[in-house]
Design a binder for this molecule. Structure first.
Ligand code: RRO
Length: 312
């Protein structure tokens, strides 16, 4: 299978294979990021950064479930200086590193993007508009005028390559309205989807919630959410300007899931829950499984089938 390539491009970055971690998993501490560097992931994304270090929500705040995961981490992170130093230290290495940013207000994002603009970073920056777990803060991704305000603001201070992380949408009205806003900006890519916000998982034995913050409500990831992830990848691929690329995130457990994301239009994909469950060996397994499927189908590169889902 040496003639099968999983290489992919996103903006000006070349990913030796299309798989990275999903932000939040294996990317908060320096040790975790070093493990990602050593792994066979095709790239890395950092934990969404705020201006200052945040300890995050009280524990327990994350739980693996049979078919996925629930979390209410509350953006625990080391602060932008730490992640900006990491990406600069590894700039132009063999694998691209995406810098994720999640200020808690338009004003904070303006300052964060101003700081990044004045640095030498030349990779991809992701504006996370979809954290579901900050107590008292609604997800910006469900507030369409604020999405526009955020984008107006960050693009007014930063002319680097910026992508946007979106929450899942569930109605064609939402896909249409969000795509119409995004198409007004020189966005490098859209990353869809973040976890499905405010789910509930119950620990039957103890008759309790699994996680402490927000009375047990948390973002749902993993197998549960694949159909929603695929629908969002597909819906945005059909609506966004062709130059806006797509990261497919959600429910990837096997090589066939990666194939499905690409078939719906993903340029690269991210693995969250399954990376948490399995560790960085997941990237090797998924690459092997995907190559077997591609070989069976006679494909040698991702562009042979990307976006080519047949509609009946
Ligand atoms: O840190 C979190 O609680 C978190 C974030 Br920022 C996010 O974007 N998605 C998620 O499931 N958890």
């Amino acid at each position: 299978m040496t003639n099968i390539s999983l290489e992919s491009r996103l903006g000006n970055q070349v990913f030796p294979n299309l798989m990275t971690n999903a932000s939040g998993v294996m990317c908060i501490s320096g040790e975790e990021l070093d493990k990602m560097l050593e792994s066979n992931a095709g790239g890395i994304i950092t934990k969404s950064a705020t201006t200052n270090y945040r300890p995050g929500n009280p524990t327990p705040r994350q739980q693996l479930l049979e078919l996925g995961s629930i979390n209410s981490m509350g953006i625990p992170n080391e602060g932008l200086d730490f992640y900006l130093k990491f990406v600069l230290d590894h700039q132009n290495n063999e694998k691209p590193i995406i810098l994720s940013v999640s200020g808690l207000s338009v004003e904070e994002n303006k300052e964060l993007f101003t700081q990044i603009q004045s640095s030498n970073f030349n990779g991809l920056i992701e504006l996370n508009l979809s954290c579901p777990n900050v107590v008292g803060k609604p997800q910006v991704g469900y507030d369409f005028p604020t999405i526009k305000e955020e984008l107006d603001t960050v693009f007014s201070v930063c002319d680097k390559q910026i992508g946007v992380k979106l929450p899942p949408y569930f109605d064609f009205f939402q896909f249409d309205q969000v795509a119409e806003i995004l198409n007004q900006f020189p966005i490098a890519y859209v990353n869809t989807i973040n976890s499905i916000g405010n789910g509930m998982a119950v620990d039957l034995k103890n008759e309790s919630a699994y996680i402490k913050p927000k009375g047990g409500f948390g973002g749902i990831g993993g197998e549960f959410i694949k159909p929603i992830a695929l629908s969002n990848v597909r819906a945005f691929r059909k609506r966004l300007n062709p130059e806006i690329q797509i990261i497919g995130t959600g429910g990837i457990k096997n090589g066939s899931d990666v194939f499905e994301h690409v078939l719906c239009g993903a340029d690269i994909v991210q693995i969250g829950t399954e990376l948490w469950r399995e560790g960085t060996g997941v990237f090797d397994r998924l690459a092997d499984e995907l190559k077997i499927i591609m070989e069976e189908k006679g494909y040698t590169k991702l562009s042979d089938f990307r976006g080519k889902l047949k509609e009946l």
